[in-house]
Design a binder for this molecule. Structure first.
Ligand SMILES: Cc1cc2nc3c(=O)[nH]c(=O)nc-3n(C[C@H](O)[C@H](O)[C@H](O)COP(=O)(O)O)c2cc1C
Length: 434
């Protein structure tokens, strides 16, 4: 890549994945180094998949030209790492090795997502604080042109795994506090992952404009909220026109996509048609049937919807040799921050004009990729504008032969969408996937 990219480490974690999607939404060239593929994709992404973390520092130094900025939101849990010693290897040793490698290769700005309370009374006693302090001090000593250390409090959002037992309840309580008392109180101790990511990106924008407060810039909780929520809203950060129109490479989706989901259309709150003029079909969130759904991040996805419309339905238009009608779709999985839902929903907007609703109709979804995070909005117009843009992204991305299902003249093997129940049972018996 000729243009220096930005490198993101920890891009499969909560804050890191938000940092990545924020940068991609601005069409910036980004290189990620991770054990498995990051969730977000985009034409400006260069993902380096390296299962052996010992080689990450070398992967970083071998980037040419070197990245101008490196973000590290790398961190694990004691449970996932298998004990404090192993957690130390990732949270401390690997972060330190990466910071050193970054400095060696000429990186100008290093951004580290640390943790709130690392410097407080008794904090030196806690191994977790020690790990973070060790990294912060190394970054300071290395003398980057600029460094940013973010010290968020308790992080809200969905992690792929729980950090400590009771976290779900604690997070639920933090959200509830936000709902009951307004965001002010909630912000003080529980910044949303997205806000932390935006604060990190915003800090780098300010550094690039020569507006950094200090060369070694520490963002405490209040600064994170100011940069990531208030400042961000004033600017064009979320303007859909700055988002890429194509997701993923022309060849087609890469693992873990596509995901499959199925079920009958159930009623939602009915606001889709009424408030937004964008009808949505809700599908049941069935964790035993689709275990991935509990770990997949909330956000907006796109792909194909196949409907078992009855022949009497005015829009019955089955694919050749099939009884299912296949259409492109966009969908939201999550809590709809604009409406502050309590339960997680999966809502599909089928890209087709329907003359009649289709409640109860059996539906199959092939989720081909991820578009963006869910957002909160100042007004309904902004939400509608963003969804309209999502529709355009889906339409254009799915038009490419590598993404278009064979049933509609493309090259992508999406046979599951149109198989009859009997064929499906046969195929599953033979352990065929799609
Ligand atoms: C493509 C798409 C993107 C969406 N993005 C968001 C979002 O960013 N934030 C949000 O609060 N809701 C989002 N929604 C959800 C809408 O708010 C939701 O569909 C609407 O509330 C209708 O829900 P209901 O039919 O259950 O009433 C999105 C929906 C779709 C289909």
């Amino acid at each position: 890549m000729a243009q220096p990219s930005t490198a993101v480490i920890g891009s499969t974690g909560l804050v890191g994945s938000y940092i990545l999607s924020t940068l991609l939404s601005q069409n910036l060239p980004v290189t990620t180094i991770s054990r498995r593929a990051p969730k977000a994709t985009g034409p400006t992404l260069n993902p380096i998949i390296e299962p052996n973390t010992d080689l990450w520092a070398t992967s970083l130094t071998s980037l040419s030209p070197p990245p101008k900025t490196v973000f590290s939101a790398l961190g694990t849990t004691r449970a996932a790492a298998g004990g404090i010693a192993n957690q130390w290897k990732i949270d401390h040793d690997l972060n330190v090795a990466l910071a050193r490698a970054a400095k060696e290769s000429g990186v100008k700005t290093f951004v580290f997502v640390s943790s709130g309370g690392t410097r407080g009374l008794f904090s030196n006693w806690a191994p977790y604080s020690k790990m973070k302090i060790g990294v912060e001090d190394t970054i300071k000593e290395l003398g980057f042109d600029n460094a940013v250390v973010l010290r968020p409090g308790f992080i809200l959002g969905e992690r792929e795994e729980r950090r400590f037992s009771g976290e779900e309840q604690a997070r639920g309580a933090a959200r509830a506090v936000g709902r009951w008392f307004g965001l002010g109180l909630q912000d003080r101790f529980a910044q949303e992952g997205e806000v932390i990511a935006r604060a990190a990106v915003k800090a780098v924008e300010m550094i690039d404009k020569g507006e950094a407060k200090e060369r070694f810039w520490v963002l405490e909780q209040g600064d994170i909220v100011r940069l990531g929520r208030e400042e961000w809203k004033k600017e064009e950060g979320g303007n859909p026109s700055t988002r890429p129109l194509l997701i993923g490479p022309p060849s087609g989706p890469s693992p873990p996509y596509p995901y499959r989901m199925s079920g009958p259309v159930i009623p939602g709150f009915g606001r889709g048609s009424k408030d937004l003029g964008i009808p949505t079909a809700n599908l049941p969130v069935n964790t035993p049937l689709t275990p991935w759904i509990s770990s997949i991040s909330s956000g907006v996805y796109f792909g194909w919807a196949s409907l078992l419309l009855p022949p009497t339905h005015p829009n019955y238009s089955p694919a050749p040799n099939a009884v299912w009608s296949v259409f492109p779709m966009v969908m939201s999985i999550g809590y709809n921050p604009f409406y502050k839902n309590d339960t997680r929903s999966a809502e599909v907007h089928v890209l087709h004009k329907f003359d009649q609703d289709f409640y109860g109709v059996e539906t199959r979804l092939l989720i081909m990729g991820y578009i963006r995070d869910e957002r909160d909005y100042k007004g309904v117009e902004e939400l509608v504008e963003d969804i309209m843009f999502d529709c355009e992204v889906a339409r254009r991305s799915l038009e490419r032969p590598g993404w278009r299902v064979k049933e509609l003249g493309g090259e992508f093997e999406g046979g599951w969408l149109v198989r009859t129940h009997d064929e499906e049972v046969d195929k599953e018996g033979q352990k065929a996937s799609l």
